[in-house]
Design a binder for this molecule. Structure first.
Ligand code: GLN
Length: 446
């Protein structure tokens, strides 16, 4: 009731939640009470949470913040949703996001932008901006997000919360509306690293419904938080502290790093020479995959259908013209262009090759260090509207996060102080399937 009341009172300002499932939440809470009374209690039993509106929820509107899916009610739960339900969590509703998860500010949502609870004239980041703002505003202690190029870590950083993008394959993508299938991962958005560890244990692990989910043992991530970080080798990429980075943020991040050093970690300078190439590479691969994934929205099988189509061509054309917003259309155009027969080798194939080179940068670095650390974003939360007409400056928001998705690695963003009253995020990047080390190091700072 506390959280429902807060949502009711503050959501008209923050706009972090698209759908509130009030009655179902009360029912879930009663069931959680019964489980607790019966002694069948896990660490998340009865804990309220919000799901990003990209996760299919059985019988509950799932829009992906697009007019295209404004009427879409899925007949099943995403695996992440089902696993969290089985763990006894109480779903309060669905959060706002950038349309089809394309964006870094939440401004591409069909339902209007979410604003940053720290300063309502600023963006919360994106695309999981609603989930980040909801946790920061105390609408729920936990939320889910997805991260294709930074969409968990960047909004977590801008809203002063903790966000984890797990290793590609760690968490099932079944029932998550697809953006770029080789990059998409779901993860926890929480106040603390400990909460993220609990949530990750609940959602991780093999799922026969997602052929890319990994058949790897899932550690008890919370139990792994204990112990010290004596001798942990932390790599500091020179390229992450270049001119792109706001100097006040650099200073905050360095303070957090020296705290880790005083706990016994060793800081080692490293190079990730292809850091800047990640942007161009991502903005070929992600739109290419998006253009094929979004071809299913044809006005026939899912979502929006135009009124009185003349013929099939007109049905496709007008349904998509009306259903998709500008950024989504831009991605579809770029994606179909780079995949087209004349340009495939020059763009898509080339991008796949550079993706491999970026991945090798990380492999080389992890021969010397156990974790890589740096800023999560180049700046703090920016004013609403300030980057809207400049897609490239918006794309720069993810300069420190994109490469991690291209390489399939885990990345954790956690609060590391503030600049002018706005939160700053520290990012820790780990070896594939080594979320435990990230969480343990992050936990030392909280
Ligand atoms: N901001 C990036 C984009 O617009 C990443 C989004 C994401 O991770 N879903 O594509």
């Amino acid at each position: 009731e506390h959280f429902l009341e807060r949502i009711k009172r503050l959501n008209p300002t923050i706009n972090a939640v698209i759908t509130v499932t009030e009655d179902a939440a009360r029912q879930d809470a009663i069931e959680a009470d019964q489980r607790i009374a019966a002694g069948d209690q896990g660490p998340l039993t009865g804990i309220p949470l919000l799901h990003k509106d990209i996760f299919c929820t059985n019988g509950v509107l799932t829009t992906c913040a697009s007019r295209m899916l404004d009427n879409f009610v899925p007949p099943y739960d995403a695996t992440v949703v089902a696993r969290l339900r089985d763990a006894g969590t109480v779903m309060l509703g669905k959060t706002n996001m950038d349309e089809f998860a394309m964006g870094s500010s939440n401004e591409t949502s069909f339902y209007g932008p979410t604003v940053n609870p720290w300063d309502v004239s600023r963006v919360p980041g994106g695309s999981s901006g609603g989930s980040a703002a909801a946790v920061a505003a105390g609408f729920a202690p936990l939320s889910t997000g997805t991260d294709t190029g930074g969409s968990i870590r960047q909004p977590a950083a801008l809203c002063g919360i903790t966000g984890l993008k797990p290793t590609y394959g760690r968490v099932s993508r079944l029932g998550i509306i697809a953006f770029a299938s080789s990059l998409d991962q779901a993860g926890p958005m929480t106040r603390t690293v400990e909460d993220a560890a609990l949530m990750l244990s609940a959602i991780a692990g093999m799922d026969s419904g997602d052929s890319t989910s990994a058949d790897r043992p899932v550690p008890d991530f919370r139990a792994d938080l204990g112990g010290n970080i004596e001798g942990l080798r932390i790599g500091i990429p020179r390229e992450y502290f270049s001119d792109d980075l706001d100097t006040a943020i650099a200073a905050q991040v360095k303070t957090a790093l020296s705290e880790l050093e005083s706990e016994g970690a060793k800081l080692i300078d490293i190079d990730l020479p292809h850091t800047r190439d990640a942007i161009a590479t991502y903005y070929v691969i992600a739109p290419a995959e998006a253009s094929t994934n979004l071809s299913r929205y044809d006005g026939v099988r899912f979502g929006h259908r135009c009124a009185q189509p003349k013929d099939l061509e007109d049905l496709y054309f007008r349904s998509r013209t009306e259903g998709f917003g500008d950024e989504v259309k831009r991605r579809i155009l770029v994606g179909t262009y780079v995949l087209s027969s004349g340009f495939y080798d020059a763009y898509f194939k080339r991008a796949q090759q550079v993706r491999r080179i970026i991945s090798e940068d990380f492999s080389r670095a992890f021969e010397q260090v156990d974790v890589i650390a740096g800023p999560a974003t180049p700046g703090t939360a920016f004013p609403l509207g300030s980057k809207n007409n400049d897609p490239v400056s918006m794309y720069m928001e993810d300069i420190y996060t994109l490469a991690v998705n291209l390489a399939g690695l885990p990345g954790l963003s956690l609060p590391a102080g503030a600049v002018n009253g706005l939160p700053v995020g520290l990012q820790l990047i780990g070896r594939a399937f080594d979320e435990s080390t990230l969480l343990k190091a992050g936990h030392r700072l909280q």
